[in-house]
Ligand binder design. Structure first.
Ligand SMILES: [Zn+2]
Length: 449
């Protein structure tokens, strides 16, 4: 009984997750994500798949981030008709994320330049392939047994346990940062022969979690003193809900008053509505707070700007305010308008709350570049640039090591989904501290297990 694994994306980088496993009789994928970031990365989206999508029996989707699900419509377009297994929340979120991505592309405002790869209809048709299972509910496809476990990364995110050809594989997908607000900790898994683990922050440790609220409060106080704006480029999925949850908490604790908060992202609004549907999946602290506050994502002074006109009106708003808008790396979306209009005021603050992929506007600003291109204008950004890394939805080095340390077996660990340096440093720690074999696969490499 043979089993092989081919690494087709998120290898030495953090986007384009796509892994192909083959047994004697079946072939299946874990994730089918979009490559993002600089043009060299994005060019991978145009390359033909390394396999014939018609011959793939099924796809397991770990979670709804675009770098994990973004090429599903292309897969459909090229003939894939197998099931897409994921959790119910992931299916709902992926539909929002993929429709939005297809919609933006149809309106030509997208820098991804992959319009020829599939149509909007392919996106809608691909949704019919979703087949959902809850966490810890094992199921079979042919000879292969599968079980999804809570990865604690975003709503619905799963780690995948796969039993095939007499071996057990575990794919972490993106591993959550414990203890993040809202989500439960990643489930401990005790046995595996092979683990395919992410390594996004493999070389780094996150800030202490309480810095999250502290830094926000400091930024808010500064904005109030200077009657200035805080612009938070935020991912519509997860990060925005984290932010709203914490701002709601700060508001309940009376850490700030009279500061309007605008969510300038209709997509983030729709996703927040899905979060509100799935509150039983959230952690104990969330359940506790829910008893005294029935809506933990909304508070007095919070507004959503539904239309473009409402969004534009924010340009003329006088006084301190927080604008939360997409995209999270500031390379598209309404946040670009705000950077264009508010970026030249040295009292304003632009605060990044997530990982910035090299090549994006966000990464340039975080790296200290001030002369940047925003919506076809070259501007000098004078606003203060800040980051709150404690918001990360990814485990840091310690987080991955602690999670791997739960295994009672001695799995071989393949490190993916991290820049080369990150995974090299993490590999060394895994070998030295955990005495496990760590392998850094190359792009397109096939390994027989
Ligand atoms: Zn993710």
């Amino acid at each position: 009984m043979s089993l092989s694994l081919q690494f087709l994306g998120a290898v030495g980088g953090v986007t384009g997750s796509n892994f192909l496993a083959r047994t004697d009789t079946q072939a299946f994928l874990i994730d089918c994500g979009l490559f993002q970031g600089n043009s060299q990365n994005r060019a991978h989206n145009d390359e033909p798949f390394a396999y014939d999508p018609k011959e793939i029996d099924f796809l397991i989707l770990t979670h709804a981030h675009l770098d994990h699900c973004g090429l599903i419509p292309k897969l459909y377009h090229q003939g894939f008709r197998g099931k897409i297994y994921c959790t119910p929340a992931t299916a709902e979120l992926a539909k929002e994320i993929l429709s939005d991505s297809a919609h933006i592309r149809e309106h030509g405002a997208n820098e991804l330049q992959i319009e020829a790869l599939f149509s909007y209809q392919d996106t809608l048709d691909a949704f019919k392939l979703f087949k959902t299972y809850n966490y810890n509910q094992p199921f079979k496809d042919g000879e292969i047994k599968i079980c999804l476990q809570d990865a604690g990364h975003i709503l619905g995110s799963a780690m995948v346990e796969v039993w095939a050809s007499g071996k057990k594989l575990v794919f972490t997908g993106d591993l959550g940062n414990s203890p993040v607000p809202i989500l439960r900790d990643p489930t401990k898994i005790l046995e595996a022969d092979y683990v395919v683990s992410e390594s996004t922050y493999g070389s780094r440790l996150h800030e202490a979690v309480d810095l999250r609220s502290k830094k926000l409060v400091t930024a808010i106080e500064y904005a109030q003193r200077h009657k200035a704006k805080i612009i938070i480029p935020s991912f519509a999925l997860e990060r925005t809900q984290d932010l709203l949850y914490i701002l709601n908490q700060l508001k309940n604790q009376k850490k700030f008053t009279n500061l309007p908060v605008f969510l300038d992202s209709p997509l983030a609004g729709r996703i927040t509505a899905i979060y509100k549907k799935y509150t039983p999946l959230f952690d104990e602290e969330f359940q506790k707070q829910l008893k005294s506050d029935p809506d933990l994502f909304s508070f007095k002074g919070f507004k959503e700007t539904a239309t473009r006109t409402e969004s534009m009106a924010l340009n003329d708003l006088v006084g301190p305010a927080i604008y939360i808008a997409g995209s999270g790396m500031a390379d598209a979306g309404r946040v670009q308008h705000h950077i264009l209009h508010q970026g030249n005021n040295p009292n304003n603050q632009i605060i990044f709350v997530g990982f910035q992929v090299p090549g994006t506007l966000g990464r340039k600003l975080v790296d200290g570049l001030t002369r940047v291109r925003v919506m076809d204008h070259f501007i000098t950004v004078k606003a203060k640039i800040g980051s709150i890394n404690a918001f990360s939805a990814h485990a840091d080095q310690k987080g991955v090591l602690n999670w791997l340390n739960n295994f009672k077996t001695q799995p071989t660990v393949f490190l993916v989904h991290g820049e080369q340096k990150s995974r090299e440093i993490l590999a060394e720690k895994i070998t030295k501290q955990l005495k496990l074999k760590a392998i850094l696969p190359k792009l397109k490499q096939t390994i027989d297990l």
